[in-house]
Ligand binder design. Structure first.
Ligand code: SF4
Length: 339
């Protein structure tokens, strides 16, 4: 592993075997997560962002999902050990999950148990990972975490049930629960999708603040490039199970190379171009069926620049500048356009 990284995913291939057919959910996904940085993983629903995250947590649905190939390396900051998570016995993985790598999910109402108070649920998370802690200490920790994530009157709200809280509050509880064990990596899967824009901004700001305070790395998964603009250091853009472009955030926004990234950017309203009044072109068509993906470049049916080769051969990943990679025939040196 590179010394600056805490997580490295290498050439990950995951397939789902379902009653309706076989889906190659990930083919050849690789990305690095540096220490104390945020990696934004962006793409439309169904492109493989969450499948990659669930692979890291080893929470893929079984027996349908199978990791066919690849490695997921994690550096344990406490021991300095480099571990391939995919080879880890389940008992050791349980220790990593929650303690070292935590995940917050998109819809807090389904992730929180409605019949327990939020305090009980945070306490349970704390006690599972710190079995020597007393119940009283766990409750104090739960109150402290609710305070950290900005819940007013945490001593009272700790006894609330999830339905007594607003969507924004519940999302804060999820973050409190995920951070209660001081993880080294926080995976946030669409953490603000169900919230209105003001609360979204507050939650993202809170995550940035907590990242500074706790010194952790974040994988921020979203379909919205606008969300990662101010919150990520690097961005990986995914399309139908592949990373099609990866670069530092500034390069993605100022000099996108992949036509899909261009399309995603074109669908983000910009204040300097008329804000919400502006006409947003977006990307034509929709994501092809994963059961029957197109040959060649998977983006070719929707790409305004597609030419003959795109329809038959999948483009390789090429590095066009340090840290900036793209999968598109337009950016391979030997390529010439035929149309
Ligand atoms: Fe478009 Fe061809 Fe590039 Fe794919 S390889 S993104 S179809 S130009």
């Amino acid at each position: 592993m590179d010394k600056s990284n805490i997580l490295e995913i290498k050439d990950l291939h995951v397939t789902f075997y379902t009653e309706d057919g076989v889906v190659r959910a990930l083919h050849g996904v690789s990305y690095d997560v540096p220490e104390n940085e945020t990696l934004g993983v962006v793409g439309e629903s169904g492109c493989g962002k969450s499948v990659t995250a669930l692979s890291v947590m080893r929470l893929l649905p079984r027996p349908q999902a199978r990791v066919e190939q690849g490695e997921i390396w994690f550096r344990d900051k406490d021991t300095g050990e480099e571990i391939n998570l995919l080879n880890l016995p389940e008992e050791h993985m349980r220790h990593i999950r929650g303690n070292k790598i935590s995940m917050i999910f998109q819809e807090p109402m389904t992730a929180l148990n409605p019949v327990y108070t939020v305090g009980d649920q945070i306490e349970e998370a704390v006690l599972i990972h710190n079995p020597k802690m007393s119940q009283k200490e766990a409750r104090e920790r739960a109150i402290e975490m609710l305070k950290t994530v900005g819940i007013p009157a945490p001593e009272k709200r700790v006894d609330d049930f999830p339905h007594q809280m607003s969507g924004g509050m519940r999302q804060r509880v999820m973050i409190a629960m995920a951070l209660s064990t001081n993880p080294e990596i926080l995976i946030a899967d669409e953490p603000t999708t169900a919230l209105d824009v003001t609360i979204q901004a507050q939650i993202l700001e809170l995550m940035n603040k907590l990242q500074e305070q706790f010194g952790m790395s974040i994988i921020l998964i979203t379909h919205n490039l606008g969300v990662v603009a101010q919150n990520a250091d690097k961005i990986a853009v995914m399309y139908l199970g592949r990373i099609v472009e990866k670069a530092p955030v500034r390069e993605i926004f100022h000099d996108p190379k992949h036509p899909y990234t261009e399309g995603l950017l074109a669908s983000v309203p910009r204040l300097d171009k008329g804000g919400l009044k502006e006409h947003l072109p977006g990307i034509s068509g929709s994501l092809p069926s994963p059961y029957n993906p197109p040959p060649g470049c998977k983006f070719h049916p929707r790409c305004p620049y597609a030419f003959d080769k795109c329809r038959v051969e999948e483009p390789p990943q090429v590095e066009i500048s340090p840290g900036h990679t793209v999968c598109c025939w337009l950016h391979t040196k030997e390529e010439t356009r035929h149309e």
